[in-house]
Write a protein of this length. Structure first.
Length: 166
């Protein structure tokens, strides 16, 4: 079974760890007592790192050698396998852009710089918030599809496809 390049494998697993940290910091930054903005800043920095890693991965994906896409007995499933990956990349970019928009236009950056712990986001007028929240939901659907698809492929075709990415 063909493997992904070492660079792609490293980017994949570093991104997995960073995304897990982003989920934690995105979920709990408001619930931490004291300087809760520190988790928000960590969330933002990790988000930018994931976006940069994703750009690098996309470049490697289209310019470098990669294993052939997995094949199933279904043309529809073959297309879904490819499109889940591409939509993942798109959603990560939209999350990064909407996150930057919220930081810059939503007042977060100014509140952090001013040390304003009483800052409350105007959710009605916050640029990017609704897009960011919607894309988080889409991201989780894609993540579930990616993981469920991998395990169902292993079950159905008896091929350990994890060898491609480890």
């Amino acid at each position: 079974m063909e493997k992904y390049s070492k660079k792609t494998i490293a980017i994949h697993w570093i991104s997995v760890v960073l995304i897990a940290l982003m989920i934690f910091t995105g979920k709990f930054w408001k619930d931490i007592d004291g300087n809760s903005y520190s988790l928000l800043i960590v969330h933002f920095i990790i988000g930018m790192l994931v976006a940069l890693l994703t750009i690098w991965r996309v470049v490697i994906h289209f310019k470098g050698n990669r294993p052939a896409p997995l094949k199933t007995n279904s043309d529809l499933r073959n297309k879904i396998i490819i499109w889940v990956q591409y939509i993942f990349y798109l959603v990560i970019f939209i999350l990064a852009l909407s996150g930057m928009l919220m930081l810059l236009k939503g007042g977060y950056l100014q509140a952090v710089l001013d040390g304003d712990m009483n800052f409350t986001l105007d959710e009605e007028n916050c640029h990017g918030l609704h897009i960011h929240e919607a894309m988080v939901k889409v991201f989780f659907v894609l993540l579930f599809a990616h993981i469920a698809g991998a395990f169902s492929y292993i079950y159905q075709y008896k091929h350990n496809i994890f060898k491609r990415i480890f």
